[in-house]
Structures are given as structure tokens and as C-alpha cells.
Design a protein. Structure first.
Length: 113
């Protein structure tokens, strides 16, 4: 019962966020940030720790290990993207059939934090 309630809540929230309210500037910004997040985090890491090479190497190594772990979990779980399972989904960018969980962007942001 709890699982069904959580799944329904998840779907309801998804449709609320994906309700069709769009703004060309924010649509562009969302795609731009999504496409450049990895480069941005690498650049910020370099600029933040360029004077401490040991810390820089540790940060980059942690990001590398986490990327491998996320890749393994993502393809191990193989959770389909919402637009593959649901109707009426508005897409800003089609990600093909790559699994959606766990989110590489979110994981990298948490690792960077």
C-alpha cells in the first residue's frame, strides 16, 4: 500500500512539474546547464584547487570513481525514463533510451558539494 501511494505521488509530482508551463529562456538555460555541467564542475574544481594539486587529484579521482559506480548502478537497475512509460510527457531534450536512475547530474552535484 505504501509503495503504491509513493508511486502515485511520484507520478502526480512529475505531471505537475511537466504540466506544459514553458519559457523559452528557461528551456534554453535548462538544456545548456545540463549539457555543460560536467565541464563546468571540472573547471570549477581545477580553479578551486589548482594551488593544492593533492586535493585536486583527490577530488577528480572521487568524481571518476563515482561516475563508474553510477554507470554500474544505472545499467544494473536499468530504470526506464519517464517518457518511455508515461503518456503526454513534454520533452525539452530526448535522452534516447538511456536508463534514468540514478541521475548522473544529481550524483555529481552531491559529490562536488
Amino acid at each position: 500500500m505504501l509503495i503504491k501511494t509513493l508511486q502515485k505521488t511520484d507520478i502526480d509530482l512529475f505531471y505537475l512539474v511537466n504540466s506544459g508551463v514553458t519559457n523559452p529562456f528557461f528551456d534554453f538555460l535548462t538544456i545548456f546547464i545540463s549539457d555543460t555541467v560536467y565541464i563546468s564542475i571540472l573547471l570549477i574544481s581545477y580553479l578551486s584547487f589548482k594551488n593544492d594539486k593533492k586535493v585536486l587529484i583527490q577530488v577528480l579521482f572521487a568524481m571518476f570513481l563515482l561516475s563508474i559506480l553510477v554507470f554500474a548502478v544505472k545499467y544494473g537497475v536499468s530504470e526506464p525514463r519517464p517518457y518511455e512509460m508515461m503518456e503526454g510527457v513534454i520533452l525539452l531534450k530526448n535522452m534516447g533510451t538511456q536508463p534514468s536512475f540514478p541521475s548522473g547530474h544529481t550524483t555529481l552535484a552531491l559529490d562536488f558539494g
